[in-house]
Design a protein around this ligand. Structure first.
Ligand code: HEC
Ligand SMILES: [Cu+2]
Length: 443
């Protein structure tokens, strides 16, 4: 916060000195700060229009799309989605586009914020090792998608070639406490969801719109576990939400919150009190909410199989004091039973899927209560929590074929939560020690 104020102060002084009332750009060209998701560059605040230089390089690189699964991504700036670009209406953007020398394919960029042919696509078409520059003026405020538009366009987008450019209005967006960058995309691989190893792009599945992965920020778990977003009770949160597609429309929803404001489709008209907002492929939305109670908020595409079976799930952990006038729930088990250290971990981490009594959800989340799978093999249970579990499993005679993400817990917490589960709900009382967990982690 402090640095932001200092920065703002400098900008204000800068503009006061150099920009008379009008829209004329008199400041020196300045290099734009770009950020990797889920972070965004500092707000424009009160500054006048500027000459901004944006440098963006296309990098083709193999990265994990899920634990143990890799994919040959094509990126803007080395991440999926690409670097976040933040501008103000009236800025003149000198866009310096580069295709890395070790690329195998030509690329370009079409920014939906551009008024002009192809959004810059023809002007930036670059073979491996080439650089291209073009200049445009940001005429319309809003949140815009950019993407590669080199043939075959679908394939370039499917490989992760999209990102967001924000054009703030005069005076900037109203200040908030937290801002994050979340962008959905659908992915098509030869192997099914979770199948390990390097997975090639499947053109046939892409044409059928039969996605194996639907992801926030390009990876299963990009926004869960240690990567979860955070906020504190009383803070205001702004999410810049984009959808790169290539095919699917997103029904963006945050479980446990109501959007106080949505800048629908990334434009300037605002809808108040929204539960789920539709983000088109090649479109965006700005959603804002104040967090009032602590706990876990869950970001999903409410086309809900995508969330629980294809990866479109993210977490925002909200810390701070409870307000029982807004939300309170009875903790019946805590009254009757000795409070176990693993119970806290269970309630925080596992309960959302496996249920408050370990009962699971029929057909989707297997029970951990009286589970033959759990009771038969403690190492297998440890592995599930450490590394996640996907593919077909049978629990108490019922087949499940879903995916549990790796839980990102330390050895102590894994031991505590499993010991807790084993001690409850008709399980067999197995004790799991942190040493057991450490041994499995080394495997
Ligand atoms: C996002 C939902 C989700 C969360 C959170 C989650 N699980 Fe799971 N869990 C699943 C799914 C789905 C499966 C079945 C995976 C499959 O079908 O291959 C599973 C399977 C299991 C299994 C093996 C099958 C069984 O029922 O005995 C165990 C044990 C387990 N989870 C424990 C945990 C523990 C402990 C936690 C918390 C630390 C946890 N899970 C958190 C979704 C989740
Ligand atoms: Cu491309």
């Amino acid at each position: 916060m402090k640095t932001r104020h200092i920065l703002l102060a400098t900008l204000l002084i800068g503009t006061a000195a150099c920009t008379p009332a009008g829209e004329g750009i008199t400041t020196e060209p300045e290099l734009a700060v770009l950020t990797a998701p889920p972070m965004v560059p500092p707000p424009v605040g009160n500054r006048g229009p500027k000459h901004l230089i944006v440098e963006l390089e296309v990098i083709e690189k193999e990265m994990e799309i899920a634990d143990g699964v890799t994919y040959q991504f094509w990126t803007f700036g080395g991440t999926v989605p690409g670097s976040f670009i933040r501008t103000r209406v009236g800025d003149t953007i000198e866009f310096r586009f580069k295709n890395a020398a070790d690329s195998k394919f030509p690329h370009n960029i079409d920014l939906h914020a551009v008024t002009g042919p192809g959004g810059g696509a023809e002007a930036t078409f670059a073979a491996p090792g080439q650089s291209k520059t073009f200049t445009f003026k940001t005429l319309n405020p809003g949140l815009y998608v950019y993407h590669c538009a080199t043939a075959p366009v679908g394939m370039h987008i499917a490989n992760g070639m999209y990102g967001l450019i924000l054009v703030e209005p005069e005076g900037g967006l109203p200040p908030v406490d937290r801002e994050y960058y979340v962008m959905q995309g659908d992915f098509y691989t030869e192997g099914e969801f979770g199948m390990p190893g390097l997975q090639p792009f499947s053109q046939a599945k892409a044409i059928d719109e039969d996605a194996d992965y639907v992801l926030f920020n390009g990876r299963v778990g990009a926004l869960t576990g240690d990567n979860a977003l955070t906020a504190e009770v009383g803070e205001t949160v702004r999410l810049f939400v984009g959808n790169g597609g290539p095919n699917l429309v997103s029904s963006f929803h945050v479980i446990g919150e109501i959007f106080d404001r949505v800048y629908t489709e990334g434009g300037t008209s605002i809808h108040d009190n929204v539960q789920t907002t539709l983000v088109p492929a090649g479109g965006a939305a700005i959603v804002e909410y104040r967090v009032d109670v602590p706990g876990r908020l869950v970001l999903v595409d409410h086309s809900i199989f995508r969330a629980f079976n294809k990866g479109a799930i993210g977490i925002m952990n909200v810390g701070g004091a409870a307000d029982t006038t807004i939300f309170s729930a009875a903790h019946e088990t805590a009254v009757q039973e000795r409070v176990h250290p693993g119970k806290t971990v269970y309630d925080r981490t596992c309960l959302a899927c496996h249920g408050s009594e370990g009962e699971g959800i029929a057909g989707i989340f297997p029970p951990v209560a009286k589970s033959d799978y759990l009771n038969a093999d403690k190492n297998r249970a440890i592995d599930a929590v450490l590394h996640g579990l996907s593919g077909p499993v049978t629990v108490n005679g019922i087949a499940y074929n879903n995916a549990m993400p790796a839980q990102g817990l330390n050895d102590q917490d894994v031991a505590a939560v499993l010991t807790f589960i084993y001690s409850r709900w008709d399980n067999n009382g197995t004790v799991v020690t942190p040493e057991d967990v450490a041994a499995r982690r080394r495997n």
